[in-house]
Design a protein around this ligand. Structure first.
Ligand SMILES: NC(=O)c1ccc[n+]([C@@H]2O[C@H](COP(=O)([O-])OP(=O)(O)OC[C@H]3O[C@@H](n4cnc5c(N)ncnc54)[C@H](OP(=O)(O)O)[C@@H]3O)[C@@H](O)[C@H]2O)c1
Length: 246
């Protein structure tokens, strides 16, 4: 996988929705996908940051992206319906759905874990991907080659103390990915996988490890290859798997 090298125009004509595309890994993946020909739909909650990603993609000569703001903490069914209607109106289908947006929540022992923060973290990291997947299913079914990608974490392979709702959310997300891959086995055209980015130099990592030497961490731009692989035609038939970026 790490030796995979996507052909220059491997994502030509692919409509790719990336959640959390305003920063960190999502921003780097959106930029790389557009550089390989994808039309990216940039989701996030901060329009100013999303416009910055939009501008840099256009300036680099990539296909003109779309911006879809939605705060997963606050969104209700009507907002998800509006998001799907906007994609339907502009593109009529969806080829790739990347669930990348996430929050760290609190790092604390279970005994002292703030209940409201626990619920918010699970809502953003698990409920939102579930609702979005369910909402986008009809659009994905209109694609010739649909691919859904979830975001995993090292805490799935190695559970550890004090990671609270984040750890539980990543286990749930991995379970959702595997269940969905199994459900869609009858329709093998739709593949569902997940990616564990490893240690990446982003705001979330800084929040988790404020004292570490950040120069040793991978830059978001350096870990995009597995994403491009799962977005494009070379991963056809691959489903129910978790890929490590590092
Ligand atoms: N960095 C790592 O070392 C690492 C390791 C393993 C897994 N991951 C996973 O990789 C994914 C991306 O993380 P990252 O490190 O790139 O984090 P990041 O730089 O903090 O970016 C997180 C993204 O999610 C968005 N987001 C957060 N809460 C949201 C909400 N309520 N509604 C809508 N969007 C929301 C953020 O939007 P704003 O710009 O508005 O905040 C941002 O675009 C996450 O799923 C994370 O768990 C990261």
């Amino acid at each position: 996988m790490l030796s995979y090298s996507p052909p220059p125009n491997s994502l030509h004509d692919r409509i790719v929705l990336i959640t959390g595309a305003s920063d960190g890994i999502g921003k780097a993946v959106a930029t790389a996908a557009a550089a390989h020909g994808a039309t990216v739909i940039l989701h996030g909650r901060n329009v100013r940051k999303l416009e910055g990603v939009y501008d840099s993609i256009v300036q680099a000569g990539g296909p003109r992206p779309s911006i879809l703001p939605l705060d997963f903490e606050k969104a209700g069914p009507a907002e998800y319906e509006q998001l799907v209607a906007a994609i339907d109106k502009e593109f009529g289908r969806l080829d790739v759905l990347l669930h990348n947006a996430g929050m760290l929540g609190e790092r604390a022992p279970i005994e002292h874990y703030d209940v409201a923060k626990w619920m918010r973290t699970l809502h953003v990291n698990v409920n939102a991907p579930f609702i979005l997947t369910r909402s986008c299913m009809a659009l994905l079914k209109r694609s010739q080659d649909p691919s859904i990608v979830f975001t995993s974490s090292g805490v799935v392979a190695q559970p550890r103390a004090f990671w609270g709702a984040y750890l539980v959310s990543k286990w749930a997300s991995e379970g959702l990915m595997r269940m969905l891959a199994d459900e869609l086995e009858v329709a093998p055209a739709m593949r569902v996988n997940s990616i564990n980015p490893g240690k990446v130099r982003t705001n979330m990592r800084l929040q988790a490890y404020p004292a570490e030497d950040r120069s040793k961490l991978a830059a978001p731009e350096s870990i995009v290859t597995p994403y491009l692989y799962l977005f494009g035609p070379d991963s056809r038939g691959v489903s129910g798997e978790t890929f490590d970026c590092q």
